[in-house]
Design a protein around this ligand. Structure first.
Ligand code: G6P
Length: 466
């Protein structure tokens, strides 16, 4: 079935560009989101006839779907809440995210039992719902850009329904090496890879993740992979949006937050170590605090002379491990303050309510940024800080972040599990002469903005239409 007046360009992602909340008066309020994909898609302009297909995530979204409320160019799918929960929390966030970030506590998990098989069936249904909506909404020969690990089966399903379409898939996470990927049940590992190979092109943020994907195809599918239709594997390293960041970070609300933070930091000559993350298991916030504690233990010269700003914003609080992790971050920050704090000095300032203006304020103030994920598809914070920084900021960066491929030369690179080495890197970063820090920051900012979101999006679209 080919739509006669469908969209020539479609994007599919779990989380869409808009979300709805039901207010106290019962009215629906729409809130538009940001992020790389939203700003990337803006490159094609409002007249491109693009359609964004996404899932209804919460009750507000489902109410909007029920009432038929929709933003132009957005189709939200009202998926049964139980199916959504099993697909999103059960499979995408608790299994695929864990596999690609290698987060399992292997002696006890994962366990693939009957409950998991039910969740997997939900993941198939959820992917089928997307594939059906895309097939229905796409014009003859349209370009369809499918996003991320939530939607691995969509390219294959869509290819079957609509062989005329040009389909790409982009993975924003890392990709696991074969031995780890094969923790998945064999049939499911194969289904995920075959699903992606339904695309004409698959994209990753770095060569490392792309190579791991190819290695998994060889290992799991063997000769079948060679016989499959040809899928091109691309690398498009998403960069920061300099224009947006410069403008946004110079607004009055950011200046207000800077004043408030300065107050919390106390003493104008104190150095600032900043980190900003979702409270996500892969971000390694706990070891970051342990490294900071080691710095204070081993180098008393920093007592009273440094403050760590740690912003850890809530994420995936439906999952118990994320709630426990958040509690551990809070506990450790309090423990460090208890052990080292004095009347006039609080060594760790922890904020857990999401506030983008305050994040930008921290980016501007930071002397040192700590970005030490266990594994990360890209990590845009590492790219944003050098762009926004007022006086230059030394970047302590995990070699396991995708951003390492672009920023490794001018960062202080750390092994994310090595807390001693991370403490040393923090000391080196804090001790870096100002002019060297400024010079490195300039080069980091140039590397970070090499492929801004709009160019990143257009590069994928051009490749797909070629
Ligand atoms: C991060 C990852 C993306 C992922 C998103 C999902 O931003 O880089 O790969 O799609 O998280 O987050 P959510 O809050 O929607 O579960």
């Amino acid at each position: 079935m080919v739509a006669s007046s469908g969209a020539p360009l479609l994007v599919a992602s779990n989380r869409g560009p808009v979300s709805y909340a039901v207010g106290d008066d019962g009215a629906l309020a729409a809130k538009r989101g940001g992020g790389g994909l939203v700003s990337g898609l803006s490159a094609v302009g409002p007249d491109a006839g693009a359609l964004w297909v996404c899932a209804a995530l919460g009750d507000g979204d489902r109410e909007a779907v029920r009432q038929g409320v929709a933003e132009p160019g957005v189709r939200m799918l009202g998926i049964d809440p139980d199916v959504f929960h099993d697909a999103y929390n059960g499979v995408a966030n608790s299994v695929l995210w864990f596999v690609h970030h290698m987060l399992y506590d292997i002696p006890v998990s994962p366990v693939f039992d009957a409950g998991f098989r039910r969740q997997w069936a939900a993941y198939e249904t959820y992917n089928r719902t997307f594939a059906d909506a895309l097939a229905e909404g796409a014009d003859e020969g349209a370009a369809v850009l499918v996003q991320d690990y939530h939607l691995c089966l969509v390219p294959g399903m869509l290819r079957e329904a609509r062989p005329d379409l040009r389909i790409s898939h982009f993975t924003h996470t890392p990709w696991a090496p074969p031995d780890y990927f094969r923790l998945l049940p064999d049939d499911i590992a194969a289904a995920l890879l075959r699903g992606l190979l339904g695309a004409d092109r698959v994209g990753f943020h770095t060569r490392r993740w792309a190579d791991a994907f190819v290695a998994c195809c060889r290992d799991v599918l063997g000769e079948d992979a060679e016989r499959a239709r040809t899928t091109q594997v691309d690398v498009h390293a998403l960069g920061a949006d300099a224009g947006f960041l410069h403008e946004r970070s110079r607004r009055p609300d950011v200046a207000e937050r800077m004043a408030a933070l300065r107050e919390q930091i106390g003493g104008t000559d104190r150095a600032v170590v900043a980190r900003v993350d979702r409270t996500e298991l892969s971000k390694n916030i706990v070891r970051g605090l342990l490294a900071y504690r080691r710095l204070l233990e081993r180098r008393p010269e920093w007592h009273g002379r440094v403050v760590k700003l740690a912003f850890a914003y809530p994420s995936r609080q439906d999952l118990a491990v994320y709630r426990d992790y958040t509690a551990e971050v809070r506990r450790l920050a309090a423990e460090i303050n208890e052990a080292y704090g004095t009347d006039g000095w609080q060594p760790v300032v922890l904020h857990v309510e999401d506030d983008f203006a305050r994040s930008l304020a921290a980016y501007r103030l930071a002397d040192v940024a700590l970005v030490n994920p266990l594994r990360d598809g890209m990590n845009l914070v590492a790219k944003e800080i050098p762009v926004v920084s007022d006086d230059g900021c030394a970047l302590v960066l995990s070699r396991e972040a995708g951003a390492y491929a672009d920023l490794g030369e001018d960062a202080l690179v750390v092994h994310p599990y090595d807390v001693e080495a991370t403490a040393d890197a923090l000391h080196a970063a804090l001790s870096m002469p100002r002019d060297e820090r400024a010079r490195r920051t300039k080069r980091l900012a140039a590397a970070a903005t090499a492929l801004p979101p709009q160019a990143w999006f257009l590069a994928q679209l051009d490749a797909l239409r070629r």
